[in-house]
Design a protein around this ligand. Structure first.
Ligand code: ADP
Length: 228
């Protein structure tokens, strides 16, 4: 996963160096935007590796501050809509007046972005992605539901393992490191929640995670309903 974008960046830069005089404006632009896109992908992979290492070494400090889950979900969906392919429609399904969540808002945003980007990435033929948030027994429940490739029953737990990919040969041509869901699970676990995947009826999957509300957090573990 690191080598492919690296080779693409190197190849494009070499081509520009060698053939700059022979390329027209469009040709040059193509190589330059390839360098920009692939460098961005490299940056994302390197960040995932660094974050996974920090988590493994127990060197990641998490904040716990009350925040509005509905607002967070709206912002993530808004930002993702700008670069989602036209074949995918994104929609928020949320109840009003939700109690605040107590967790690290930045990390929850990161988990949400990861799940929404996966929902798009694993819907190669397009479809509808629903992002939702609701209250559930002293927890706030988030979900990202897609109509994509779905997750086979035997993979439903394993996809949260480090480097695990359900389709390593990339039969459907979808690339990735297998680190994203591992990071999501580690972060949610450490924030006192849990995360899992279930089928979305006949087509696609539904990724769900629960986090404690600020009130449940404030009254200590004894007042907290058991998260199983
Ligand atoms: P990556 O996408 O980089 O491979 P992840 O850790 O995010 O890594 O996901 C692990 C695996 O879980 C993926 O390789 C894919 O097989 C499966 N997966 C994740 N999200 C979805 C989804 N929304 N629909 C179907 N499969 C998914």
């Amino acid at each position: 996963e690191l080598r492919t974008p690296l080779a693409a960046v190197y190849g494009a830069a070499q081509t520009l160096l060698r053939h700059d005089f022979a390329l027209d404006e469009t040709g040059r632009e193509r190589f330059v935007s390839l360098i920009a896109d692939e460098s961005e992908r490299l940056g994302r992979i390197v960040n995932e590796i660094l974050l996974a290492n920090q988590l493994d070494a127990g060197r990641l400090d998490l904040e716990s501050e009350p925040f509005d889950a509905h607002d967070l979900v709206e912002r993530v969906v808004e930002a993702t809509r700008m670069h989602a392919p036209p074949s995918v429609s994104l929609e928020v399904e949320a109840s009003n007046g939700l109690p605040p969540v107590a967790a690290d808002a930045d990390k929850v945003r990161q988990v949400m972005v990861n799940l929404v980007e996966n929902a798009i990435k694993y819907s190669p033929d397009g479809g509808h992605v629903e992002v939702g948030v609701e209250e559930q027994d002293g927890s706030i429940r988030f979900h990202v539901r897609d109509e994509g490739l779905g997750v086979a029953p035997e993979d439903q737990e394993r996809i949260f393992e480090k480097f695990y990919r359900a389709d390593p040969q990339m039969v459907r041509g979808v690339g990735g490191t297998g680190l994203g869901l591992y990071i999501c699970k580690e972060l949610i676990d450490r924030m006192g929640g849990r995360i899992w995947v279930e089928p979305n009826g006949e087509q696609g999957s539904n990724f769900v995670f629960d986090l404690p509300t600020a009130e449940v957090m404030a009254h200590g573990a004894s007042a907290r309903p058991r998260l199983q």
